[in-house]
Write a protein that binds this ligand. Structure first.
Ligand SMILES: Nc1ncnc2c1ncn2[C@@H]1O[C@H](COP(=O)(O)OP(=O)(O)OP(=O)(O)O)[C@@H](O)[C@H]1O
Length: 333
């Protein structure tokens, strides 16, 4: 990929809607040639954090902003919220300039670090944020109840936040970001510090937001999370846009054909190999697919919850143990 600033990153997409041919009301966030330079106390240039960024986030999609530390993700979010001013270029949100603070009434924001008051309960916290949005007492009561259910904290809603795990605190943070029933939700590293179960739950919550018609901008350097939930991604490096497109298109491996089948015996597999060879193809592998470590981990935890005390040792681990002469201690389920 060309790293020259003057070279626009073309969007990778099979349905390839040209990024220039759009109607402005079909876009929730639009950055145009957006740049940010942080300056020191004397106005001297310190860091060129964002360089000529052009992206669009469309209604109802989960858009991932992906990049290593210091690539400009948080700076982009702050520019969208109007907490920072661009050095050059523009950000439009719902067709209004990002400096227009009223547009923030339609935005929910989960910062990388949520600074929540630890002596309040989840209910009190959400009620407090509801007051900041001028919700009436009745609206606050309904909204707090709905959100506590949505993020799965019914059983802990009367406990003070200082007793919460990181995953529970992150869920309160998400509920707080949704208190104003926003159309656009900005999530900065929503899975930071979460274990695989908390991460899966957070990802499911984000997918649930899209199902309810919300638009989500998700910043992360957790590649697997972005792959699992995002429709499209922009990849930043050192403040520059390096790639932009649909996740499914960007990850597609060209020139390799994948077939999944069940119930094939060895003879059928040999026949398939023969057909591939006859057509001039090269059989790279014919094997059982592997699950992800996340699937394995979540299955084990769920099984353990369903059958406390039972120990599960996979057959391949047992076979390896047997081959190496060691034996398991016989207490597996
Ligand atoms: N207030 C600031 N003053 C000076 N430089 C800053 C400031 N905020 C961010 N930067 C610099 O701007 C660049 C982009 O930072 P930013 O926080 O936007 O990156 P990020 O992609 O969100 O990183 P991370 O993944 O670590 O949160 C970095 O080099 C950072 O040091």
């Amino acid at each position: 990929m060309d790293t020259d600033n003057s070279t626009a990153v073309a969007e990778t997409s099979e349905d390839s809607t040209p990024t220039t041919a759009k109607s402005s009301d079909s876009v929730v966030i639009e950055t145009r040639n957006l740049s940010k330079i942080y300056r020191d106390f004397w106005g001297r240039k310190k860091v060129h954090a964002l360089k000529s960024l052009d992206i669009e986030v469309r209604p109802g999609e989960i858009f991932g902003l992906l990049g290593p530390n210091g690539s400009g993700k948080s700076t982009t979010i702050k520019l969208i919220l109007g907490l920072l001013f661009p050095t050059s270029g523009r950000v439009l949100v719902f067709d209004q300039d990002a400096s227009e603070t009223r547009k923030n009434e339609r935005i929910g924001y989960l910062p990388e670090e949520s600074y929540l008051y630890k002596f309040l309960t989840a209910e009190e916290t959400l009620d407090f944020y509801g007051r900041l949005f001028d919700l009436s007492a009745a609206e606050r009561r309904d909204r707090v109840k709905q959100l506590i259910e949505l993020v799965g904290l019914q059983g802990a809603k009367h406990r003070q936040l200082k007793e919460y795990s990181k995953g529970m605190t992150r869920r309160v943070g998400l509920a707080q970001a949704l208190i104003n029933d926003p159309d656009l939700i900005l999530l900065d590293e929503p899975t930071t510090g979460l274990d695989p179960i908390g991460t899966r739950e957070m990802k499911d919550l984000v997918l649930g937001l899209r199902d309810r018609g919300k638009t989500v901008l998700l910043c992360s350097h957790q590649l697997a999370d972005v792959q699992d939930v995002c429709d499209r991604v922009a990849i930043l490096h050192q403040g520059e846009l390096k790639e932009l497109g649909r996740v499914s298109d960007l990850l597609k491996v060209q020139d390799v054909t994948e077939v999944h089948a069940t119930g094939l015996d060895d003879a059928a597999k040999a026949e398939i190999a023969e057909v591939i060879a006859r057509h001039g193809g090269k059989l790279e592998s014919i094997d059982n697919p592997t699950a992800t470590m996340e699937d394995l981990f979540l299955n084990i935890v769920r099984e353990s919850e369903a059958r406390p005390g039972a120990r599960r040792v996979s057959q391949s681990a047992e076979a390896n143990d047997a081959a190496s002469g060691s034996s398991s201690d016989g207490d597996q389920a």
